[in-house]
Design a protein around this ligand. Sequence first.
Ligand code: B3K
Ligand code: ZN
Length: 882
Amino acid sequence: MRTDQAPVISRLQYAKPAYAIDQVTLEFDLDPDRTRVKNRMQLRRLADASADAPLLLDGEDLTLQSLTVDGKAWVYAATDGGIRLDKLPDAFQLDIVTACSPRANTRLSGLYLSGDAFFTQCEAEGFRRITYWPDRPDVMSRFTVVLRADKAKYPVLLSNGNLKSQRPLDDGRMEAVWEDPFPKPSYLFALVAGRLVCREQRIRAADGREHLLQVYVREGDLDKTEHAMQSLVHSVAWDEQRFGLSLDLDRFMIVAVSDFNMGAMENKGLNVFNTKYVLANPATATDADYMNIESVIGHEYFHNWTGNRITCRDWFQLSLKEGLTVFRDQEFSQDLAAQSGGESARAVKRIEDVRGLRAVQFPEDAGPMAHPVRPDSYVAIDNFYTPTVYEKGAEVVRMMQTLVGRAGFAAGMKLYFARHDGQAVTCDDFLAAMADANPGSALETHRAQFSLWYAQAGTPRLRAAGQYDAAARSYTLSLTQACPATPGQPEKQAQIIPLRLGLLARSGEALSFSVEAGARGTDALLVLTQPQQSFVLHEVDAEPIPSLLRGFSAPVLLDDGLSDADRLVLLAHDTDPFNRWEAAQRLALARLLPAVQDGGLKLDATYLDALRGVLHDTGLDPAFKDLVLTLPSEGYIAEQLGQIDPARIHQTRQTMRLALAQQLQADWEQTWHALAPTGGYTPDFAGAGRRGLRNLALSYLSLTGDAVWQGRAYQLVKDADNMTDRFDALAALVGCRAELAQAALERFAAQFAHEPLVMDKWFALQATAPGVEVSAIRTLMQRPDFSIRNPNRARSVISTFCQGNPGAFHRTDGAGYGFWAEQVRTLDAINPQVAARLARALDRWRKLTPSYAQVVEPIMRDLAAHPGLSADTREILGKALA
Ligand code: B3K
Ligand code: ZN
């Protein structure tokens, strides 16, 4: 058990393991209250370990029944969090028998129950809750797993790898034996046992090998598995085509579980998924759900190579697998979107990813939890599955690709596998492979500087200023970079920043230019390496408007010094869709920010005309228009301000939404009619884009208070043939506090009472309602279908309110904060991982204006002083209050 004084683990303390476990056989006698685990390991002391090196085994919440070395009882000593064995032979067999209680395991880490079935979650440190083991990713072993359980209750028995045998036992139980041919770290172990059904498909891969793909769900959910299976088939094909990486197992299984701490888990050959990222049919899932399923299935599948075949040496290297795999799933989704929606679909996907990065990672990088992509220390590693490790980590990998090109990146991946397949390695090893495969590239030349992206926390700020010399036909771009101090890192060094850019004439035409003599074009990549650096662009025929950081070529905050007029040109004409969207965001911020500070929002005709221009541009995808016409989120607006008054931000944004609704009413109406569905529902890029924009129109039109439009929304809640339209219509009514909202909510709940994932949306929608009171949140939590033990349901109400509804959560009377503290405490006793995530809702309280901050502080200090809080939650609160 972790104690109050849980130690800080430092990256530089890394020491190699002293023993290897070449082979292990685990025998499980599965029982909800007392599962017995017989663990037989073949160990050998490693060559560079000293002869008296102890063997350290982790163990948590286990009852130890017996322990023998080569068949003889052996003395062991208890350590903080496990046991230690001394005076061991060079090579030996270690047998350990333990018991654990899956039913008592409310943390959902280790072996636990969901409904009547058994599931495991071992990453990062759950395996130690199953058996004693050196629970660290650099110990890789070959696993054989024997599962025994009551045949009637647990007819399906699954583990990693290949099924070797299955037979009924005399006592009414069933036994299954699984063997994983690949050595793996303990965090990739999994077992599942229960009443499950599966969709299966056989595929023949490009190399001719046959594979069996299976998606396991509870009875009754089989009609929601087709999209998951299709996504898996696409994932297998994509990794072969793009990176030449094929499936290395005969059988690949996905299992859906409704009690799960996060999205999904890449256990070797047996991925376990939150039902949210598997189950979908048009009646229950939205377009966004379909998209997310595709991307999470891709993500977990891609881990098979980037994570499983090559894994992390220690948990500080987490981004080695996560940043790289997020990059891969982003590329996968872009490629798939482009197959059906062309290049503009790719851009839409990129904009969505950047929007996500800015919404969650930038704030993290600017707050008390700021940490490098490769952190230097942690108390609870589960607290470091963060947007920085994942999303910023993916941007770092993307910059490598930008610097060496797509072919160069593929060559780097090849070298990475040639060097490290089967090993547990570091972020440096990945960077080295990329650089070595691309001699002479900027990445290779500046490799040491590039590694600062892994080492330095904080979002670099980039300032750009341009000067045109008409006589010389040259444009000089002066760039300055600086990175703010973050906890433990007062000083920063200049980083390498790839900056893609183009130039536009005032008329909107792309201007060509050359960076070096000879190569004239309309787009170029500059590589900034100095704190201050100027670049001269030649052969520029007119004073340009620069379009900088195209495609968001680096995860930085850019001050481009452009005027409103410049941005209007970019919005109307930039050939880079990302920067067109970015121009719209900045134009909106230029109107929102002064209004948050001084009140009095003014929307000028030029701005409105520009939006109109986008809305009616037949050359643009509806999905892109949807992004352009959606205002920056309250969180993103807050990030632009020194001090945050969440209520004012909310009111100002609502005022601007209402103004856009009213001033563009005719345009919204036209959009709504023009995008009427033409056929049945398919969740493809084009269809989703049309629905997205049409439903955005509906939400604006409902906001005007017009009874006709609210009536139309109600009608859709009643009769839409798909969940996207039904739910968006419900959200439109709830979002404008329409009188019809209550009736619509009730009708919806009655219809979907037996669909937990749909009800999660229903709960979440009410938790984000403008102005919702804490008492209404408590009422939701009193419903019989609310359970704080189910992470999806707890998050749908509690986290959504505390993290997704800043306008209602932050109140100067502290009602929201008191509720938050109470829920963190309750959840912490049940499931520290979920509690610690919720604790982060207020980690940036110091940025709030004093009227809020003064109220938060005592509540947070009081919570932090509560004895018995988990190390996870304590770490978050400690950093927030430091
Ligand atoms: N690797 C898992 C995350 C495990 C989280 C443990 N707290 C899912 C993923 O990133 O693919
Ligand atoms: Zn991952």
